[in-house]
Design a protein around this ligand. Structure first.
Ligand code: 13P
Length: 252
């Protein structure tokens, strides 16, 4: 059985003071019992990771970063390494988000290197894939998304990807309020699981969690989570407020 994962991607929002305030509000409500039937993850900006780590250490909420550089250390001005993230208590790292691909020009090749390096250093990658609006309109949604999946997982072996998390985030649904219909999201998630199954076998494909991301809100999370291949959500805007994020965490 796959444990549902609800993850908040805070993007470039929240100062340290604001981040601490939000986490304190979340922890007041998140009961330890949630850890059993669902997992909660927050991915704040780099500056907030270190101050938040001790607050989350004894809680059921996991901590993740939004990016990393694929080397343990070196002359890479402005970058952060997996060793540094590990040291302060991060267990996950978002990789290949469409904003990294589009705004910062990250290629499939770089993303694949990041995924491999994250695994080497014991971090669980949340590999983001998904098509743009013109690609969907042109009938290429599945080919593009599965192409990013194949490229991102590169030369990994089945046992290396069992714990990996995939996030299907159609670019046109991010920050737009324009969510994929549960049926369209389910169809893509099934295609992703199918591709994993043919590459790595059905057992591995069954173990991998596939999150949906793109305008997930309190009022659409329940129908999305009711789909058999949707194993969680990667939430942007609605993760920035305790009330809306908690409602999503408490999907029914
Ligand atoms: P929104 O939930 O704001 O659409 O953002 C989704 C996202 O990009 C999460 O990584």
């Amino acid at each position: 059985m796959r444990t549902p994962l609800i993850a908040g991607n805070w993007k470039m929002y929240k100062t340290v003071a604001e981040a601490v305030e939000l986490v304190e509000a979340l922890l007041k409500e998140v009961e330890v019992g949630y850890a059993d039937d669902r997992q909660v993850l927050i991915c704040p900006p780099f500056t907030a990771l270190y101050p938040l780590a001790p607050l989350l250490a004894e809680s059921p909420v996991a901590l993740g970063a939004q990016n990393m550089y694929p080397a343990s250390q070196g002359a890479f001005t402005g970058e952060v390494s997996p060793v540094m993230l590990q040291e302060i208590g991060c267990s996950f790292v978002i990789l290949g988000h469409s904003e990294r691909r589009q705004v910062f020009g990250e290629t499939d090749e770089l993303i694949s290197k990041k995924v491999q390096t994250a695994i080497d250093y014991g971090l669980t990658p949340v590999l983001c894939i998904g098509e743009t609006k013109p690609q969907r309109d042109g009938g290429e949604a599945e080919a593009v998304t599965l192409g990013q999946l194949r490229a991102g997982l590169g030369g990994l072996a089945a046992e290396q990807i069992q714990d990996i998390v995939i996030a299907y985030e159609p670019v046109w649904a991010i920050g737009t309020g324009d969510t994929a219909t549960p049926a369209d999201a389910q169809a893509m998630h099934a295609a992703i699981r199918g591709a994993l199954s043919s590459h790595y076998g059905p057992e591995t494909a069954d173990a991998v969690r596939i999150l949906y991301g793109g305008s997930v809100k309190p009022d659409n999370v329940d129908t999305l989570m009711a789909q058999p291949d949707i194993d969680g959500a990667l939430v942007g805007g609605a993760s920035l407020q305790a009330e809306s994020f908690l409602r999503i965490v408490n999907f029914r």
